[in-house]
Write a protein that binds this ligand. Structure first.
Ligand code: G3D
Ligand code: MG
Length: 338
């Protein structure tokens, strides 16, 4: 079978134009995992010359699995996140898969409709039908909705635990101790990546368990200031697999706001998120106004696990994150030989 490679290249150029600065790279791979065509995007990260070889290296180990999982030949889509990148895989007919590489913190929703259009065209190029490589700019909500309906249900691709990175967010009023908790947890062993555009620090940490092969890699997002919060709220809260709801045991309003605001807002932005509830600042015994029983009962109501911590002394901080990691292992990771 001969594929019109010129057309494929032209199509990828259109795809790049549609996505603008979001795109790090795009690859078209066939079902044998061979890269048929690739292109470097216009994102800052794309300037790195090694990007394509690096990305191919990352895609390779998951390709077999992708081709197995995506055997429908239609337009199944899936995402796969590493520490640095977010991959969107989109079936392009029975022959090919379009791999889109975005920054780890990019939102996928605006990209999907274009990925779908591009995949549909790639499928046609592969079976030799006539097709224009031009990807139209999608402007109307209706166009976008219609396409989204056509796209097969988005799936999180199952990858062996160690290779998987989970976005962790923190919810709770200002000054309850979110940043202190994260810093206490990651201690010396972190690389902070500050994204000024969304006012967020990104930290990474592996959480492993003795005697257990599975480990969980957290990518922890911490919003810098409350001021910018409204503007960035959506991208901060969306696409998170896991999160911590924090209140301050010496501040009743912060406790009430967990139930009134934070819980529902987070659930709305990331419906399948795994959460725990944390009452922080237990070192301030004399100032405590929210009792352990109240914390436990709220947790029960929200069907969450509960733990009390002090970011100041470090008490229970590791255990809080371990609790989350265990929830994730149970939920996402198929345990073999355990
Ligand atoms: P936030 O990220 O939720 O806004 P921060 O909260 O982590 O910035 O913490 C707000 C203040 O509470 C900080 O004090 C911090 O030191 C303090 N704090 C955080 N956790 C604890 C704790 O467990 N115990 C006590 N006693 N204090 C805590 P400052 O004075 O630096 O603003
Ligand atoms: Mg903070």
């Amino acid at each position: 079978m001969s594929v019109d490679t010129k057309k494929l290249t032209a199509l990828l150029q259109w795809y790049k134009q549609s996505l603008g600065n979001e795109l790090i790279a795009a690859l078209v791979v066939n079902r044998d995992g061979l890269v048929m065509d690739s292109l470097i995007g216009s994102s800052e990260k794309s300037l790195n010359e090694e990007i394509i070889s690096g990305v191919s290296g990352l895609v390779e180990p998951v390709l077999t699995r992708i081709t197995e999982e995506f055997s429908s030949g239609s337009f199944g889509t899936g995402t796969f996140d590493t520490e640095d990148y977010r991959f969107i895989f989109c079936e392009a007919g029975p022959e090919a898969i379009l791999v889109t590489v975005l920054d780890a913190i990019a939102g996928v929703d605006p990209v999907f409709p274009y990925a779908y259009l591009a995949s549909e065209k790639i499928a046609r190029i592969f079976d030799g039908r006539t097709v224009s490589p031009v990807i139209p700019k999608l402007v109307s909500e209706q166009d976008i909705k219609q396409i989204q309906r056509k796209v097969d249900k988005l799936q999180k691709i199952n990858i062996k635990s160690g290779e998987y990175a989970f976005k962790l967010i923190l919810g709770g009023d200002g000054a309850v101790g979110k940043t202190s908790m994260v810093h206490r947890y990651v201690e010396n062993n972190f690389a902070t990546d500050y994204k000024s555009t969304i006012g967020t620090s990104i930290m990474k940490k592996n959480c492993s368990f003795e005697g257990l092969e599975s480990s969980v890699r957290f990518v922890i997002w911490d919003l810098a200031g409350q001021a910018q919060f409204k503007r960035v709220r959506q991208s901060y809260l969306a696409n998170a697999e896991t999160g911590i709801l924090v209140y301050d045991v010496t501040n009743r309003i912060s406790f009430e706001n967990v139930n009134k605001n934070w819980h529902s807002e987070i659930k709305k932005a990331s419906p399948n998120i795994s959460l725990i509830l944390v009452g922080n600042k237990i070192d301030l015994e004399n100032d405590r106004v929210v009792s352990t029983e109240e914390g436990e009962s709220l947790a029960q109501e929200l069907k969450l696990s509960y733990i009390e911590t002090s970011a100041k002394t470090g008490e229970n901080i590791n255990d809080a994150f371990k609790m989350l990691a265990l929830q994730i292992i149970k939920k996402f990771i198929v345990m073999e030989d355990v």
